[in-house]
Design a protein around this ligand. Structure first.
Ligand SMILES: *[C@@H]1O[C@H](CO)[C@@H](O)[C@H](O)[C@H]1NC(C)=O
Ligand SMILES: *[C@@H]1O[C@H](CO)[C@@H](O)[C@H](O)[C@H]1NC(C)=O
Ligand SMILES: [Ca+2]
Length: 270
């Protein structure tokens, strides 16, 4: 019985960490981004963006606030989010695919809070970035190499790419940097690669990288990882080439011997 409880606690912990967000089980990373639309929280967490800030966040990433129609187009292909966000022209809403009692008032469709008179209200943001579609991807194979667009030539300005990696349950992901060269900047605010030890780019922030120093290998704590590459409006560089491999669960008495960064805890080093 104790063993069973423990196992349940373990599985539940894992499910909370990887499967659930805002009370919705995400069993498909496809749903995190659909038809060019994606959800964005402020750095400080949920419901922290005024209209002007939400707009700036999307524009900073090379897109703009999604229109109601763009959000509905994404919803129609399965985009479901239980978080209200700013849309174009000061509208607020969120897309519901599966009706639930804890979200969306049991309805399906866009839950529409209408055009807000008070634009200082704080919500999340729904961005639309059609250019983000031609880079990034979703990988489920046990190893893969991915590159900045046009590699080995320089990447372009105003690019945002997301790579989602999902390997088999129980496996971990090892990230190896083969080539790395992004515009150098002290806080990596210009061009950067961000790595997340989770299925999205909200939770599990591991690090932000720029410059031309090859980062150390990274190993995830779970079977999913997200990488985000962003370039701003000026100055480009050679880009990167990154390989990942799926690692089988380690043997009981295995020891670590290289300089790999094993992520501590579910969400790594913030
Ligand atoms: C607008 O919303 C903000 C944030 O919720 C609030 O502090 C402020 O009082 C509101 N302004 C008006 C005029 O209702
Ligand atoms: C632990 O590893 C050693 C070799 O490194 C091996 O000889 C031994 O059988 C292993 N023990 C267990 C319990 O797997
Ligand atoms: Ca740049």
């Amino acid at each position: 019985m104790i063993a069973l409880t423990f196992l349940f606690a373990l599985l539940w912990d894992r499910a909370l960490g990887w499967g659930f967000k805002d009370g919705v089980l995400h069993n498909s990373i496809w749903l995190e981004r659909a038809a060019g639309v994606y959800h964005r929280e402020g750095r400080a967490g949920k419901y922290q963006l005024t209209y002007a800030e939400a707009k700036a966040v999307c524009e900073y990433e090379g897109g703009h606030l999604a229109t109601y129609q763009q959000l509905e187009a994404a919803r129609k292909i399965g985009y479901h989010m239980c978080a209200a966000g700013w849309l174009a022209k000061g509208r607020v809403g969120y897309p519901i695919v599966k009706p639930g009692s804890n979200c969306g008032f049991g309805k399906k469709g866009i839950v529409d809070y209408g055009f807000r008179l008070n634009r200082s209200e704080k919500w999340d943001a729904y961005c639309y970035n059609p250019n983000g579609k031609d880079c990034g991807g979703i990988f489920t194979d046990s190893k893969h190499i991915f590159k900045t667009p046009r590699f080995p030539h320089e990447y372009e300005n105003d690019q945002v790419c997301y790579w989602h990696i999902r390997v088999k349950y129980g496996q971990r992901i090892q990230i190896q940097f083969l080539d790395f060269d992004l515009e150098e900047d002290t806080a990596c605010m210009a061009d950067y690669l961000e790595i997340y030890d989770s299925y999205d780019d909200v939770n599990g922030f591991v690090g932000r990288y720029c410059g031309d120093e090859l980062p150390d290998n990274i190993i995830s704590t779970g079977n999913v990882m997200t990488l985000k590459f962003l370039s701003d409006a000026s100055v480009t560089a050679g880009g990167f080439q990154i390989k990942y491999i799926a690692l089988d669960p380690p043997k009981k008495n295995a020891t670590t011997q290289d300089n790999t960064n094993y992520l501590v805890g579910r969400f790594g080093i913030v």
